[in-house]
Design a protein around this ligand. Structure first.
Ligand code: 5IU
Length: 511
């Protein structure tokens, strides 16, 4: 039987067992809907349950490889179980509530870091439940992991630590790239989830289901009209955060509306987690570009601005007296003042060449820079090559998605492709250097250079805006300031001012 025929048959049987109802129903989101799906009833009809599970599996993306499946609790659990047993695919169970005793695991089942888990869901409106499940899988209970590092031994989510994994770890959690849902209510979930790095496919949407029911005279034109009216009025849902301790469920989920602290749980990339935590705790989203010519000058500057920054950006090839002592001393300062280091190397060659530049030669960047900048132009080979050379250390890359300079050749299609590349490599891509909000995915950081309170241009193409504009209007998480600080009479005071203004703009954005 064709897919369409089987779908029609399943929809009619669902209707007969009241899996689809018409009337007035208040949804989890607060919307009052003329139609309601209750796929929980299928557990009483094993054949129907199996048919629903088969259709779900058939709609998986055929080009993706999954190592496990996870049903969104609770309705999709039995369907995921059927898929898992029929396909001989390991299953994971996500707890809705953390256990208060024993292991405190949020995810039950055995898995390895970087495994790709396929999410199965029954019905989506905004996509919130799929998102919460993706967050749990990506974070895999790492909140309790003391070092926040790729440390399989200490990760409580791993039931049986596998020592052989340690050298090749690419992040602490599972990857989640795809989900399948039986019914898409066509109220914005696909788009919401795409912004969060999850591509969703649906077996059926509201429109095609209504057609089937109408054709089979189960419903009338009036039913169809009322549902269509409702859909028109409520097409743009947003994903909402779970309310904390009874607090009103108001804020939407997305990079710009989430606090740095809340974003920690959305990613398993250890460096992003560390930086977000640091920014939240130290109350700074300032990166100083230490573009000075000698090791002494850079180190002195780092010592002065250290208390006010989350990140120090270097161009080590501009330092005339670079020796291996320099990164050692810089690392000491970074530890003392609690900031991370980004070498703005803008790798842009084929993967193997960039990897050599990254990990060997005079600068040996991979041994000391937490982050490096990368041009996406050559393709994603650089990300895998650099990540291999990072060899499990807490390292990552920022992809240049846009530039601040006048006449920059980057076009919107290129920027979109850069974002896609990061989404495909979340174990190493930590975010973007950009001039606008290129992604609403809370896992990625957006850093914006071209920020100054004293200039609007530098005579060589650089274009400046204020911290408020960069954070509030353009959507930067971190502002990068070079000469505004390095050329100030008192760099420490200047850094303090930039940090305060950028952080206030971030707090304002959260409101
Ligand atoms: N930088 C930019 N613009 C960009 C990118 C990097 O200014 O688009 I990508 C770097 C260059 C310099 C710092 O190291 O950020 C900005 O320094 P000033 O604030 O001094 O302009």
């Amino acid at each position: 039987m064709s897919f369409e025929k089987r779908l029609e048959d399943v929809i009619l049987r669902l209707f007969d067992v009241q899996g689809v109802k018409f009337g007035q129903f208040t949804l989890k989101s607060g919307l009052v809907s003329p139609i309601y799906f209750d796929l929980r009833v299928v557990v009483s009809y094993p054949e129907l349950m199996e048919d629903v599970a088969d259709l779900l599996w058939e709609c998986r993306p055929k080009d993706a490889h999954f190592t496990s499946v996870c049903g969104v609790p609770y309705t999709a659990l039995p369907m995921a179980t059927i898929v898992a047993t029929k396909q001989k695919l390991p299953m994971l169970i996500r707890r809705k509530e953390e256990k208060s005793y024993g292991t405190k695991r949020l995810i039950e089942g055995h898995f390895k870091e970087g495994d790709n888990c396929f999410i199965i869901e029954d019905v989506i409106v905004s996509g919130s439940s799929v998102y919460e499940t993706a967050v749990s899988l990506r974070g895999c209970g790492l909140e309790a992991c003391p070092a926040l590092r790729c440390d399989a031994l200490r990760c409580p989510a791993l039931t049986r630590p596998d020592l052989s994994l340690l050298p090749s770890l690419r992040g602490c959690g599972l990857e989640v790239t795809h989900a399948v849902v039986f019914m898409d209510r066509q109220q914005g979930a696909t788009n919401n989830l795409k912004n969060l790095g999850v591509t969703i496919k649906s077996v059926c949407d509201m429109e095609s289901m209504l057609k089937i029911l109408l054709r089979n005279k189960k419903i009338t034109e009036e039913h169809v009209d009322s549902v269509n009216r409702f859909l028109k009025e409520s097409q743009e849902t947003i994903i909402r955060k779970q309310p904390a301790d009874g607090a009103p469920d108001k804020e939407s989920v997305g990079r710009l509306s989430m606090s740095f602290g809340d974003r920690v749980a959305t990613t398993s990339q250890p460096l992003v987690r560390r930086l977000l935590r640091l920014m939240e705790e130290k109350r700074t989203n300032l990166c100083v570009a230490a573009d000075l010519g000698t090791a002494r000058d850079v180190l002195q500057l780092a010592d002065k601005v250290g208390p006010h920054i989350c990140l120090l950006k270097t161009h080590v090839d501009s330092i005339s007296d670079f020796t291996a002592e320099f990164p050692k001393q810089l690392t000491e300062l970074a530890e003392r003042h609690n900031f991370l280091i980004c070498e703005d190397r803008k790798y842009g060659d084929i993967g193997s060449t960039s990897a050599d530049q990254y990990s060997s030669g005079l600068f040996s960047v991979s041994s000391w820079a937490h982050l490096v900048t990368v041009h996406a132009l050559p393709g994603d080979g650089q990300l895998t090559a650099l990540s291999d050379r990072a060899a499990g250390a807490e390292r990552g890359a920022l992809l240049v998605a846009e530039m601040s300079s006048k006449g920059c050749l980057v076009q919107p299609a290129y920027t979109a492709a850069v974002v896609k590349m990061a989404e495909a490599h979340p174990y190493f891509a930590c975010g973007f250097i950009a001039q606008s909000s290129v992604s609403s995915d809370p896992r990625f950081l957006v850093l914006t250079p071209g920020v100054s309170l004293v200039s609007t241009a530098d005579g060589h193409g650089q274009q400046y805006s204020s911290p408020e504009r960069a954070v509030g209007e353009r959507g930067a998480d971190v502002v990068i300031v070079g000469r505004g600080v390095t050329r100030a009479e008192d760099p420490a005071a200047a850094a303090r001012e930039y940090a305060q203004r950028a952080f206030s703009a971030y707090l304002q954005r959260l409101k």
